[in-house]
Write a protein that binds this ligand. Sequence first.
Ligand code: GAF
Length: 390
Amino acid sequence: MNLEELSAHVAKQFAQMHGRPPRWIVAAPGRVNVIGEHTDYNDGFVLPMAIEYYAVMAADRPPAAHNVITIHSTSDPEPAVIDLSARLQPDKLKWSNYPRGVVAGFLARGLQPGGLEVLLHSTVPLGGGLSSSAALEVCTATLLEAVTGKTLDPVEKALLCQKAEHEFAGVPCGIMDQFTSVMGRQGHLLLLDCRSRKIELVPMRDPSVQLLIANTNVKHELASGQYARRRAQCEAAAAALGVPSLRNATPAALESAKSKMDSVVFRRARHVIGEIERTVQAAAAVRASNWPKVGELMYASHRSLRDDYEVSCAELDALVGIAESIGPNGGVFGCRMTGGGFGGCTVALVKSSAAAAISQQLAADYKQKTGIEATIFGSRPAAGAAIVKS
Ligand code: GAF
């Protein structure tokens, strides 16, 4: 379903529920990261793109004026109820904390949205490492821009959403996901420098290649605690090296400081420093349409995430192993886990002409190895969040 069809679908559902059409419709995409994993909170580079899967909200004022935002979701019978006259705090209904934190960010800027009835529908797989939470945050922020008539600067908007995730969802995430959902560009990867927060657009329009996303359909629960622990280990490595962040470190400096840190911290830093370098090289290789080189960097990224950063899992490794065994003759250039890890998705760079056959083989071999059905889909690089109706 393209965005236009999806918006019409959500508008229809809203009308069925409330007996009138929505006044506003907004959408924000998920993302897939091609390379540059766990580098954003180290001031490094990332190379993601927005995908054609979206969080969509349809909304209107409630018939009787009251100061409450009620969000019904098509994936949970319990609505999020955000009372604007009370001090906003994290709630036990987990998904409601993403919009709640964003509303708090608007209120902190003196922007009063007023009462709303909202219907949320998301096609971004939940918890699949494709930024379903950032899509929800950015979708909420876009709705509040439409409602208040105040357009935020894109960087401020992304940072407001990141703060919502830190303070209301308790995840100390970097900036990649929110920046991509806000600033995605059709036909382009985003080379985001997380230190300067500047984006270089990298065209990705060669029709002979495409990205295939494969969802392991597993999510191992240790994810969020482990994320915070990785961040702390990176900070420990930077402190031992005497630099503000691992962006400022080189492989040689790390090697010579090896005795100053424990071996786990050393391996975490080795991943980050290598991954920042691979990301810059991959952007250059995409620009040159050097697909074998991009693929080689993707495999190297996966090995480093698996062995040094230890955020992969058996199911992700199984998918990458199958992709590797299909190999260049079968049309696969490279494959790696994408997103935070411990489950979720892989991303593969493949020949478009072989994509259907590769999808079939990935699904069949994964089922055979793990007993689990993978979900496999493609996406072109999509545009960032937008007001569809206002
Ligand atoms: C998650 C985080 F939200 C991002 O900021 C990033 O750190 C990513 O994991 C790992 O690259 O998606």
